[in-house]
Every structure is written in structure tokens, then in C-alpha cells.
Ligand binder design. Sequence first.
Ligand code: XYH
Ligand code: MG
Length: 383
Amino acid sequence: MKIETVEAVTFRHTTNTVRDSDGHGHPGPVSDTKSCLLVITCGDGSQGRVICRTGDVREALLERFVRPNLIGQDPLATERLWYAVYKWQRLSGGEMTDRALAAVDLALWDLKGKVCGQPVWKLLGGYRPKILAYGSTMCGDDLEGGLATPEDYARFAEWMIGRGYKAVKLHGWMPPVPGAPDVRMDYRACAAVREAVGPDIPLMLDPHHFYSRTDTLWLANKLAELDYRWMEEPMEEASISSFKWLTANTDLNILGPETMTGKHWTRAEWVKHDACDLVRAGVWDVGGIGPAMKIANMAESFHMSCEMHGTGAGNLAVALAIPNTSFYERGLIHPFIDYDEPKEYQNRIDDEMDADGYVHGREVPGLGQDLNMDYIEANRVND
Ligand code: XYH
Ligand code: MG
């Protein structure tokens, strides 16, 4: 069995979210957009597929860095194929991004599952068949009845508990929202949510990502008083020493790094330098499922939790596979958006959640994405 083709299919669909000038998502009017389906096909017709962003896997990138390393190769050799593509990052002039590497890796793991006839979460270790989700809110906004006030956050947190979530993470207000960034605004929202849900619900905060050390420490210590579970990415993560200083000076658990480059190598450095209490890995941040598993296994060796960043089949597969994690991040969610509604190109969302707050691993070969291929083909656009 050999890989024969690697193809990126761009297709149009609609979205009900908009991006602000800092890139954060918020509810917005329905508008047209495009996404990409990366497809890796074997000679017997088996296909590995993953949905990604249109900028992730441009044709020139596939032609130069991916096809030469995958076509003619054994689809089960995911580690060897990852390295064959990864090594081109160094001299790609930034073209071969971690997101591009992740898209290739996820499609290869989906293909591996299809060829083996097994769910990826089981191939990776299958530690648990289901996992509790936390509701991860969108960033704060200034929308009437949205996430514009501490009371809005508290009301939404109560709704989340009623929906079945057993934990809640706030994304605070971030520029360009008026008044942001402000650690005291963040604190007021966090205090209102703690008051609303009571003392037993795990709560977390993902605030503005560029606070000073002093603002960050003030906020961390106030969240420790509210018994928050963790805070993540309050400062530029390239400053490992700032996180080492923060972790040493607060009782609040610090989670990271999320967006820092360097994959499993960087996460190992954060652990070695005591820059975090819990480790962060997202398949789209670290170049795929392979590196995410290495990060989780490394964290386990230090009796540390590895908390997956972001939603979707790839992160869910790793979260189900490993013993040292607490929750699956489900979101981003907002009072104005029905997260449970599949997108036009999906028959089902990747992470359906039951009334008890569990997201279940699907007993189907591959990553478990349930894609509407008829819709994708009918809405295919030529780049
Ligand atoms: O929009 O800044 C943001 C969020 O922080 C986003 O990057 C992501 O959803 C996240 O950090 N999740 O934990
Ligand atoms: Mg985060």
C-alpha cells in the first residue's frame, strides 16, 4: 500500500463569526468564507482527510515540500513521514508552517486509522472512551447581552452548567474592545462567574496575552483567592524567564505554552525551567498529533497534566488517548452562537457533548470527522 496523491480542495461556505483587528473571533452577520480539505489518497482508494484553513496548505507548498516526501511512501509510517516534511521547515523561508505540518500529520493519521480500520484515539492509546469538556468562551465583547459585562459572563456560565459543562474557561476582554486590556475588568468577570456557579466548578482564565509581569501577578493572585484552576498565556510566551518568575511567585497554576513555536522541544524547556505548572499542547500549534503525543508523554514523566489547546478531531483524539489531562476544550462558545449546529460541510460536529458534559470518542476508523463530501464537492472553488 502506497500514497499516490496529495490534494487540497478549497470550498466555499458561510460563517457567523467575524475577526476583530487583533484576530479574535466574535459573533457577526452571516458572511461567505472558504476552507480547505486536505486529502491524502492511497492506491486502494483509502483517503486521509482534514479540514484546515485555506492559507495552511497552498499548492506551491504541497508541490515543493509535501508531495516529494509522501508520494510512493507507506501511509502507516507517520513518524518517518512527519520528519521527512518537518525537516523542510528550516529552509522553507517560513512557508512550511506548524499549521501546514499539522494538516499533513492529521490527514496522515486519519489515513492510518482508515487503513487499520481503527479510530485514531484508540491507535494513540485509547486511555478513555469519553472526556469531560470545559466551555471555552469567546473573547469578551461590547455586544448588548453578549459578553460585555461581568454579569453577562456570569449568566453565560450558568447557562453552560445547565447545558452540562462541568468546567468553564473565560477568555477575557482583549483589544480592540473598549476598556481592554484591564486586569481589574478581568477580575470582576472572574469573580462574578465564581459567585454564579459556586465553589465546586473548575474555572480557568485565558486573558489578554500581553500583560506586564506586575499586572499578571496581581491577576494571578486574585484568581488564586477565587480558587481558579489555571490561567494561561497572560504574557508574551517567548519570555520563559517571565513565566518562571510568575510560577515561582503565585499559588495559581500557570498553564503553557500555548502559541510559542518550537513544538515538543519548547515545551520540554518550559518544564525544565519551571515556567509552568501544567503543559499546553494543541495539534495546530505544535505541528500535529505526533508532537502533541510527545509533549503529553514528556509532561507525564514530570507528573504534569497536558491540557490540549483548541477544539476539533485532532485535539480530541489526543485528549482521549492520554492519562494526564483534565478536560477537552470545547469552543469557542458565545450566547449568540449555537455551537452544536454543524457547519454546512459537516454532517455532525466533531465534538458532540452529552447532557453530562462528556465528549465521546467515535467508534469509526480515522479521526472521526463526519464530513458532508457532497456539499464540499458542490461548493469547490478553483484557486
Ligand atoms: O482568541 O486569543 C484568542 C484565544 O486565546 C484563542 O487563541 C484560543 O481560542 C485560545 O487561546 N484557547 O485557549
Ligand atoms: Mg488559550
